[in-house]
Each structure stands twice: as C-alpha cells, then as structure tokens.
Design a protein around this ligand. Structure first.
Ligand code: OAD
Length: 244
C-alpha cells in the first residue's frame, strides 16, 4: 500500500497538511454527509435543511435535524483514523489539520490545532447576532431563543450559501500553498472552497495523496492514491513516520 517513495516523502516533509471530510468519521458511525438521510430524515435533502432560508421557513424542523445529528455525534467515538492524525501531528515539524466536518471528533481525538471550515455542530450561535451562545433559558420553545436579543438560536455550522469563517479559511489556503505533502482524506472534493485546497497545493508543488475508497475529482492530480478506509490507511502512514 505505501510505496518506498511515499514513505520517503512523508519522512522528509517539513510541513504536512491533512484535509478531512465526512469519510474519516464514517468508521465512527457518523453517516457521510450525503448518505446521512436515513430513517426519519430520508424525506429531506440536506440542501433543503442546511440553509438560512430553510431555517427561517422551518426553524423547528432544522433545529430538530441538527439535534438528531448532535445526538448521533455525541454517541460517536473518534476512530483509528482520527487518532493516527494526532500521532502524525506529533511526528512532523509542521502539521496543519483542516476539516469540513462539524462533528468535533478531531478535537476529541486529541488534535491540537484544527481548522474547522464548516463550524462545529456541538456549538450554538444566535441567528441574529452570529455570536456563540453557551447558555440559554429553556422555555420549552424549539428552537430556543438568545438570552441577549431573543433571536432564534441555531447550530454553529456553515450553511449552504453562507461564508466560511474567514480566519480559518485564510490559514487553510496559506498552509495548502506552503506544504510539502497534502493528504486529502475522506472527502468527495465536491464542495468549494474546501475542494480547491488540494488543487492549490498541487499548483504550489506539493505531493498530493488521496485516501478514499472511491475516486474523486482530485484522483487524476494525486501522485499517490490510497484506495481504502481512512481508519486502516492512516495508521500505516503514522507508523511509517514514527519508525523513521
Ligand atoms: P461526502 O459525503 O460528500 O463525501 C464523503 C467521502 O468519504 C466520499 O468520497 C466517500 O467515498 C469517502 N469515504 C466513505 N467512507 C470512507 C472511509 N471509511 N474512509 C475514507 N473515506 C471514506 O462528505 P464531504 O466530502 O465531507 O458541507 O462533504 C463536504 C461537504 O458537503 C460537507 O462538509 C457539507 C456538505 O455540503 C456543508 O454542510 C457546508
């Protein structure tokens, strides 16, 4: 699976970027984004729920969908893939972890610095002010209301059509343009601007490694394509770096 030249490139890399998508959490039992519509929610398409318009039209439905996903994520545990990235972070001079996931599993696994481009489902913000809200009075209303302005509360995740957190996005682009190796892990590489990061890295001369059971639009550009689950492949990468 890991060729000698890939192992050599990993061991001599000064800066490695790992960019993850829903696939790295699949082995923790968190459905990938596009097949999360199981059971109760099968009649909705994510694009119908994860937008500000959907929230304003059906605040209770959207809040309940995220409450269902929060529940599911809270029961999930980080898997060997998440843990391997923690080990990688410790064995590379510079390591940047970028994720599109909102499940918080990288932090729970012990990753120190995580650029959460799409927010974090375990956090809540005020729809009107955009501020993070950690406590509110529960008057039995769904969604609950902001204690400061009485606006509706919403999950702290980026919805379709919304801007990504500017600082995190800028750091992600800078890291992608200055790394030696870019690991694209468990993402369909379908949603901008995150999907352009590996192409920026490729244009800047980084070695591109794709870790995914299936092909993606990045496959053609990747010098190394590791077809398989992240939970099996990432520990091999971490071991190769640990035993240098
Ligand atoms: P997707 O559901 O689009 O893609 C998941 C990818 O993971 C696919 O390419 C799968 O082949 C792959 N995969 C599945 N199991 C895997 C495993 N065990 N190991 C490695 N890869 C595996 O999820 P994302 O690409 O993360 O955005 O979706 C990107 C964004 O689309 C999400 O962040 C969300 C959605 O719109 C927003 O909500 C703004």
């Amino acid at each position: 699976m890991l060729t000698p030249d890939l192992i050599q490139a990993l061991r001599s890399a000064q800066h490695i970027v790992a960019s993850t998508g829903a696939g790295i959490s699949a082995e923790s039992g968190v459905p990938t984004f596009r097949d999360a519509q199981t059971g109760l929610w099968s009649k909705f398409r994510p694009e119908e729920l994860a937008t500000p318009e959907a929230f304003l039209q059906n605040p209770k439905t959207v809040w309940d969908w995220y409450a269902w996903r929060r529940e599911l994520v809270a029961r999930a545990e980080p898997n060997a893939g998440h843990r391997a990235l923690v080990a990688l972070e410790a064995s590379v001079p510079e390591f940047t972890l970028i994720t599109q996931n909102v499940d918080g599993l990288h932090r729970r696994a012990g990753s120190q610095s995580v650029l959460e481009l799409h927010g974090n489902i375990m956090q809540t913000q005020c729809f009107s002010e955009g501020t993070l809200v950690t406590e509110w009075n529960d008057h039995g209303e769904t969604p609950p209301r902001c204690p400061a302005c009485n606006g509706l509360l919403r999950p702290n995740v980026v919805w379709f059509g919304e801007a990504l957190p500017a600082a995190a996005l800028e750091q992600a682009f800078t890291a992608s343009r200055h790394c030696d190796v870019f690991l694209s892990i468990g993402t369909s590489t379908a949603v901008a601007p995150a999907s352009s990061l590996p192409f920026e890295a490729h244009a800047a001369g980084a070695l591109i490694v794709e870790i995914n059971p299936d092909p993606t639009p990045l496959t053609r550009q990747a010098q190394h394509v590791l077809r398989g689950p992240a939970g099996k492949i990432l520990p091999l990468l971490a071991a190769a770096l640990a035993n240098r």
